[in-house]
Unconditional design. Structure first.
Length: 250
């Protein structure tokens, strides 16, 4: 190889090296300039995943086998005036007193099951708070214990309060009590539950109260339910009922 050829080769190699270096530096600058705008920080990804809400549930179905086994001899008794096959197991998402989504459960007669599913969907959208919603069987079918726990419940084989002869509409699965503490039963000096004494004055509003023309009242009454808060001889602010002809009886 002549000296002239060697010089030419060195010049070409130098040009290639310089060009590659410039390209590499340009790539680094480009990558750095686009890193912040195109790639979200890992913490944001975690935060977004934590903000995903659990899917809401609003449905009714025939009583599952395990629910039947749980309620027989507890809320469902030998004198229950409806057939167990006519009861429905209802699951609904609700907002609790702290603003957190919870899954509640009710048992109701099939004739009002869809009403209750639709009503509690409305109340969920309205963010009306429910303290809790469990089957009364967790309280040994004791209305007193369930009320003291501020439990929203529907079906229970029992008689009317203060009348041990007449069956309550709860026994038919067509009555429901909502937030008993904030919405007590008042009959002269009798207040149930006892914890509800601080909510007798309906002018002193507190979260979870059922009020005339409020979201709960509207959701029930537009579907033909009656509110105990409008009764004349006594007040049962927690109570809604719907009279349905069942087995020849209202």
């Amino acid at each position: 190889m002549t000296n002239q050829h060697l010089k030419t080769t060195i010049i070409i190699l130098t040009i290639c090296i310089v060009s590659s270096s410039i390209a590499f530096v340009g790539y680094i600058v480009y990558a750095q300039s686009n890193q912040v705008t195109d790639v979200a920080p890992a913490t944001n990804v975690v935060e977004e995943s934590e903000n995903i809400k659990i899917e809401t549930i609003f449905k009714s179905s025939p009583l599952p086998k395990q629910i039947k086994e749980m309620i027989i001899g507890v809320s469902f008794k030998s004198n229950t005036p409806v057939d167990i096959e006519d009861l429905r197991y209802i699951q609904v998402t609700y907002v609790d007193m702290e603003g957190t989504d919870q899954l509640g459960e009710l048992i109701a007669h099939k004739s009002v099951a869809q009403d209750l599913v639709d009503i509690f969907k409305e109340l969920y959208i309205a963010s009306f708070p429910i303290a809790q919603m469990q089957l009364i069987d967790y309280y040994d079918a004791s209305d007193e214990r369930s009320m003291n726990a501020n439990n929203t419940t529907c079906f229970n084989t029992r008689t009317v309060t203060l009348d041990h002869k007449e069956m309550s509409l709860h026994a038919y699965g067509v009555a429901i009590d909502i937030n008993p503490v904030q919405n007590p039963y008042i009959n002269e000096e009798l207040i149930l539950p006892i914890k509800g004494k601080s909510h007798v004055d309906r002018e002193l509003y507190s979260k979870g109260m059922v009020l005339e023309d409020g979201p709960v009242y509207k959701a029930f009454t537009k579907r033909g339910w009656r509110w105990g808060g409008q009764w004349e001889t006594l007040k049962d602010y927690q109570h809604f009922e719907k009279e349905i002809i069942i087995n020849g009886s209202e």
